[in-house]
Design a protein around this ligand. Structure first.
Ligand code: CMP
Length: 135
């Protein structure tokens, strides 16, 4: 077991639904600490840079439009196996395939409006945290 940090984003759909508190509660209930938090609206430029790994995918333009459609809450979560733990708490990317009791199964509408983002590995977590939190 190792203490890790991971990047989490509460996306515009969840912010609009006023369920930030419910989502944060799930992180805390599962032993993840919120060690950084910032609410902001991303510019298209910043969104394209953040999601550049997906730039060749057919859904890229929709993804950028969606993530810039309203404010998001950007978080760093810390805890034992935080990266994998957060992915379990979130559930599958497509809410239709997400396990019951996960954030996406309970709160998300579609694969685009899927409530949360979470880093998918150690290198990604490091890069994504540095992308938003310079220190
Ligand atoms: P996220 O974890 O933020 O990473 C990239 C996002 O692209 C993903 O969540 C989804 O919201 C979105 N997306 C849309 N279509 C797809 C798809 N077919 N496969 C993966 N991600 C998709």
């Amino acid at each position: 077991m190792t203490t890790e940090r991971t990047l989490s984003i509460i996306k515009p759909d969840a912010v609009k639904k006023n369920i930030i508190g419910k989502i944060l509660q799930r992180f805390e209930d599962n032993g993840l600490k919120i060690v950084e938090a910032r609410m902001q609206s991303l510019t298209k430029e910043k969104a394209k840079e953040f999601y550049k790994i997906h730039s060749a995918r057919p859904f890229f333009n929709d993804l950028v439009s969606f993530i810039t459609s309203g404010p998001i809450l950007i978080l760093v979560l810390e805890g034992e196996n935080a990266i994998e733990k957060n992915r379990k708490i979130m559930g599958a990317t497509d809410p239709k395939k997400a396990e019951k009791g996960t954030i996406r199964a309970d709160f998300a509408e579609s694969i685009d409006a899927n409530a949360v983002h979470g880093s998918d590995g150690q290198d990604t977590a490091k890069g994504e945290i540095a992308f938003f939190f310079k220190n």
